[in-house]
Design a protein around this ligand. Structure first.
Ligand SMILES: Nc1ncnc2c1ncn2[C@@H]1O[C@H](COP(=O)(O)OP(=O)(O)OP(=O)(O)O)[C@@H](O)[C@H]1O
Length: 473
């Protein structure tokens, strides 16, 4: 079980965070100040420190450098202080009040990454060729993944822009992290922005920053995320969703190496390495007039394409075993293993949701199985006939009998139900699946009467990643 040290002087926040993390299987120790935290560090082994930035006496950043990952919380949601913390070596930051899911995602991500980083060190001593097996936490022994790792190692040291392509859940964000970690910029921040998750009206001010009074509600001036990445790398995920106006501004930044905040007449120099990713076929977006050709050329200095999970052969088992071990540890369950039937099922399923879907199915199997030997049924893989749609829908749900997971049976797939029988969620799923090939995320959100951020969040919650289609990769 991972042991986390929480350093927070506000008792209410500290105990709320403790409850959240304990409910999710972590062992917790609390401290109110940095000296108190140091006493615990002297006597106990920890896997992660989560510390408030501003504490009475010494700042939370004083704990950085203890050989442990430090996640900084800041109620002063100023990007500047968070970025400063990252420059000093914090692995991530989170603004208070934090969202529970966001906190758990950050914690799990950091712990996974930390564990993976420990492994290559152990393996280097036993002469394993590190670059071929693990590239900054990515697993894969298949030829296709080895080719990807080689490309990453070749490209990372140079300052060139990289466009990462691949279906949803194939590991595009991990590739961006690897490129940053293996680059000379690794000690500066990597700022990741999901262009599909930021409301269209805010995207320009988030990226480029703004001056006071630049628009209604701009009460103070603010740095944008591009400036926050100065000296480091900027990862623009789902770049295909960037509105055309923001594309024009981004193009200017790339051409001139300068940024102009909204409402400002002055430009500032920025030194940022741009990494971008999309699951869409960006050339089709260019043909449709939705993506600027000149920006595409600027971004696409090196193109790196990730194979779908089903093309990675035995890597499916390698990843599944790894995820199984991680899930058992995280959930505090005895170590489980796959029976032959489960291994065969893992290899013959088509994995439309790729590694993310595999993660979800393995974790659910660990939670629900009564035994430590997991069988094919425990993975609840949809039958061949309903794989294409049903597998997306049930992949994120822990309970086997939820309304959504019953779609694994094609008769209950919302695509086959008459419109009158649909719940609002069914309707949402059906509408998205029927229209996503012809519409951009912005158009879909507009038709549904919700924001793009909300669309993105619901896609995550309902487990309907954007899928490969004629107009998307
Ligand atoms: N080769 C790999 N080894 C280990 N874990 C992996 C690998 N590839 C992906 N993952 C894990 O799968 C999950 C999805 O990966 P990631 O978020 O990088 O995918 P993505 O392509 O960026 O997805 P999306 O397009 O939906 O944003 C993450 O939890 C990541 O850690």
């Amino acid at each position: 079980m991972s042991h986390i040290l929480i350093v927070e002087d506000e008792g209410i926040i500290r105990s709320a965070l403790r409850r959240l993390l304990e409910r999710n299987g972590f062992q917790i120790t609390e401290a109110g100040t940095v000296p108190e935290a140091r006493k615990h560090l002297d006597t106990h082994q920890f896997d992660l420190i989560i510390s408030d930035l501003r504490l009475p006496g010494e700042a939370g950043t004083e704990l950085i450098g203890e050989q442990l990952p430090v996640l900084i919380m800041t109620s002063y949601a100023s990007l500047r202080s968070a970025v400063d913390a990252m420059k000093q070596g914090a692995v991530d930051y989170i603004a208070k009040p934090f969202d529970h899911d966001e906190m758990l995602t950050a914690v799990n991500h950091i712990l996974n990454q930390h564990r993976r980083q420990q492994k290559p060190t152990e393996e280097t001593t036993s002469q394993t060729p590190a670059s071929e097996q693990h590239t900054a936490g990515m697993l894969g022994e298949s030829d296709v993944m080895q080719a990807v790792f080689q490309q990453i190692h070749k490209v990372a040291p140079y300052d060139c822009r990289v466009l990462i392509l691949g279906e949803s859940g194939t590991g595009k964000e991990l590739v961006a992290r690897a490129l940053h970690q293996l680059s000379p910029r690794h000690s500066a921040p990597l700022i990741s922005v999901n262009c599909a998750a930021i409301p269209e009206t805010l995207i320009e001010s988030e990226l480029f920053g703004h001056e006071k009074g630049a628009f209604t509600g701009a009460n103070t001036s603010r740095n944008g995320l591009i400036e926050a990445a100065d000296g480091g790398s900027l990862f623009l995920d789902e770049i295909g969703e960037l509105p055309l106006e923001a594309q024009a501004r981004l193009l200017r930044v790339l051409q001139e190496g300068e940024i102009r905040r909204l409402g400002s007449v002055e430009s500032r120099k920025v030194d940022v390495r741009l990494l971008a990713a999309t699951h869409r076929d960006i050339k089709t977006l260019v043909d449709q007039g939705k993506f600027r050709l000149d920006l595409y050329y600027r971004l696409n200095v090196v193109e790196l394409e990730l194979p779908c999970l089903s093309e990675r052969g035995d890597d499916i088992l390698l990843l599944a075993e790894h995820l199984l071990q991680q899930s058992c540890e995280r959930l505090g369950k005895p170590q489980a293993r796959f029976a032959k039937s489960a291994r065969n099922a893992l290899l013959s399923y088509s994995w439309p949701g790729n590694v993310r879907e595999l993660e979800n199915r393995v974790e659910r199997a660990v939670i629900l199985a009564d035994d430590t030997l997991l069988h094919a049924e425990d993975l609840q893989l949809p039958k061949a006939a309903s794989i294409k749609k049903a597998s997306f829908i049930s992949s994120n749900f822990a309970e086997p009998q939820t309304k959504t997971s019953q779609f694994a049976d094609a008769d209950h797939d919302p695509a086959h139900l008459p419109a009158d029988d649909l719940s609002l969620e069914d309707y949402f799923v059906r509408f998205v699946q029927e229209n996503e090939d012809q519409m951009s995320e912005t158009e879909l959100a507009k038709k549904l009467g919700i924001s793009r951020k909300c669309l993105w969040e619901r896609r995550q919650r309902l487990g309907i990643p954007k899928r490969k289609t004629a107009s998307s990769k």
